[in-house]
Design a protein around this ligand. Sequence first.
Ligand code: GLN
Length: 291
Amino acid sequence: MRSEARPVPWGEGATLAECLATATRQLAEALALPPREARLEAQILFAHALGVNRAWLIGHDRDVPPAAPAIEALLLRRLAGEPVAYLLGEREFYGRTFRVTPDVLIPRPDTELLVDVALEHLPPRTSHTLLDVGVGSGVVAVSLALERPLCRICGVDLSAAALEVARANARALQAQVELLVGDGLDSLSGRRFDLIVSNPPYIAAADPHLGQGDLRFEPHLALAAGGDGLDLIRRLVEAAPGHLETGGWLLLEHGWDQAGAVRDLLHGGGFSGVFSARDLAGHERVSGGHR
Ligand code: GLN
């Protein structure tokens, strides 16, 4: 199985424990990860390459791994910075596994707050109409569809490639979501909803974070939005009243330091009940108001 042309970095006949130790060291160095995190990543990548779980790895640490070239290929890609979620092709969100590809933003734990806040505005056993603008991989729309099966949910995205991923996720998780290609609310003329949610791109174009870590590999379209990062949020706040039922809510995710600016935009747009909610790190991460 092992290729002679491309020797594994840890040498012939190394045990799983030795390979994991080498990979952990390399990951910690290349990605500036703390050792615990590097070890966890090494285990996740090895388990994926070998088609086993992490418990199996621990039980077999004296074995010589059977698929060394597959492990090495995955490790080299990670060492070059490719995000773990893209290497695995999946990520957990709101307790479910979603497929992700480089066509979509990698789901962030922060975004679970947007789902929580939306659910607070959707009493169980009520049937409301919902719209998710910039549906991406579909994590928000699909999670809401599964938590509130009586609601009618529509998702729109500019990227047809992203919608394919959302469609695959909706199918795999058996969620009923209407998915449309379009440029935000402009593509939905005449339609009104009880609730509009969005995790729009909100990073300022010159933010140095765009050149670091996972963000280098994610679709620029899903991340950056103009000089101050608020271009898309401004557009949404302006257009949303024309697509909301009376009393309907607009709920937006935004950057950790943008809550004040987003609340100002909502007030300026004539929204009532304007508020912000904090994420697990204590940052105001979601803001909203109603028509
Ligand atoms: N709604 C998707 C998510 O929350 C995509 C967001 C985006 O592409 N900006 O992951």
